[in-house]
Every structure is written in C-alpha cells, then in structure tokens.
Write a protein that binds this ligand. Structure first.
Ligand code: UTP
Length: 227
C-alpha cells in the first residue's frame, strides 16, 4: 500500500521535552511497514515547540505569515528527529517542496516531510502528498482519539466513528482559528484536498503508536473521514 502518516508534533514532545522513546517506537513501526513492502510518506507536525515560538513572535508583533514560517521550520526539525530514528530506507533530507518529495518517493525511499508554506498546517502537507502519490490511506496520528462534535471535554461532546468532509468543515469552522499555530486537527485546505482527491483518512490516537497498525488492519479505531 501507499501510506501517508502524519504524526502530530505534540506526540514527539511531552512537557517541553523531546520524547525520544515515542519517536523510537514510531520509527520501529515505520521500519516494520517498509519491510512488509509498503511505500511510506511521513509528515511531522510542529507541536508545542512551534507554538512556543509562534507565541513569542506574536508578542513581538510578527505577522501571521512569518509566524507560520517559523512553525514550518520547527516541523522540519521534528522531521529530522524521525529521520534519525528511522535510519534505514529513509531519505536523509527533509524535502522543501512537493515535487522534491514525490521524486524521492519514486526512488523507493521513505520520505519524511515537515511544513511547506504559510497559511496551512502540516495536515494540508500530508493531504497534498497523499493526493500526489495516490495514497491508499492517510493516517493522522494525533493527541485525541478521534473527531468530536465539539472540543473534547466540552459537556455533550460526542466522538464520531465516521465524519464526512462537510461535517468536518463545519466542526472545524466552529472550533479552530485560521491563525499560525492554531489550525488544529484539520485546516480548510486539508479538508478540501481530502474531498477532491477522495482520500481515505483515519484519525487515530497517536499516544499509542500501535493505533497506526490497528487502523491499517481495518480495526475500529479513531474516526474515519469520508470524502
Ligand atoms: P502544525 O500545526 O501542523 O503542527 O504545524 P502539529 O504538530 O500538527 O500541531 P499539533 O501539535 O498536532 O496540534 C505547526 C505550525 O506551522 C505552520 C503553522 O503555523 C502551524 O500551526 N505551518 C505548518 C505552516 O504555516 N505551513 C505548513 O505547511 C505547515
């Protein structure tokens, strides 16, 4: 299969520290999938470290697009952490463009990508890559166990097993902001790409990296987005 896995930056860091143990567990699973013959694109998010930089940049009155650029760079740093952990069959450089990522992918190497351009999140990067390589599945590993009708923890918020792109757009419009560091689960571009490319997307709780394997085996885990 052609698989895109987006790993939320918050999964690579805990309490301001880089979680080397979880990064190693992700690398192990990625190597295993490659050994089984799957072709892989991995996208790392920026997480809390990106948000700390963005918060400081805001206090310094930096425009959102510049804050986004900083987030992109932090996501790339996180991508290098994953490259170091994966070691085998992985391309040593984080691509700067979709074109570069696709040509590396076509050479049979695991591609690990960070951010791309301002005005979007790394989920849009993952969706664009999934569209480009005609991915069979795009797995989004994050710090929640799926999509909720309202932010998890809000009274009455219910977890959805399936969600259409239209429903997701509505939920995201109500709960996320179109601002650097705050695009949250899925930004508008990511949803539109999923819709037009008819991608199969699964959102899983990445605090346990094994949920990726469960999602690939078709087990009931997280939320499935229906294009
Ligand atoms: P993300 O918000 O995608 O990180 O990127 P993330 O780790 O997935 O977030 P969590 O922790 O799972 O919630 C970090 C920031 O980098 C900028 C945005 O400002 C984004 O909020 N970014 C990232 C871009 O501007 N363009 C990109 O292509 C990617």
């Amino acid at each position: 299969m052609r698989i895109v896995i987006k790993i939320g930056g918050s999964l690579l860091q805990d309490d301001g520290k880089i979680n080397v143990d979880r990064i190693s567990r992700y690398a192990e699973i990625i190597r295993k999938l490659r050994e089984e013959g799957h072709n892989l694109v991995i996208v790392a998010g920026g997480g809390n470290i990106a948000r700390k930089y963005i918060e400081a940049m805001r206090k310094l009155n930096a425009p959102d697009a510049i804050c986004d650029l900083v987030g992109i760079k932090v996501a790339k740093l996180n991508a290098y952490l994953l490259i170091s952990a994966i070691k085998e069959n992985v391309y040593p450089k984080v691509p700067d463009t979709i074109e570069e990522a696709i040509s590396i992918f076509s050479m049979g190497k695991i591609v690990v990508m960070g951010g791309l351009q301002p005005g979007q999140s790394t989920n849009a990067v993952a969706a664009l890559l999934a569209e480009s390589i005609r991915a069979d599945i795009f797995i989004n590993a994050t710090t929640v166990d799926g999509v909720y009708t309202a932010p998890p923890g809000t009274p009455g918020a219910k977890k959805l097993e399936q969600v259409t792109t239209e429903q997701l757009m509505k939920i995201m419009r109500e709960t996320s902001k179109f601002k650097a560091g705050e695009y949250r689960l899925f930004d508008p571009l990511a949803i539109l790409i999923v819709q037009r490319a008819k991608l199969l997307v699964k959102i899983v709780d990445g605090r346990d990296p094994h949920n990726i394997l469960r999602a690939l085996r078709g087990e009931k885990v997280g939320t499935t987005i229906l294009p």
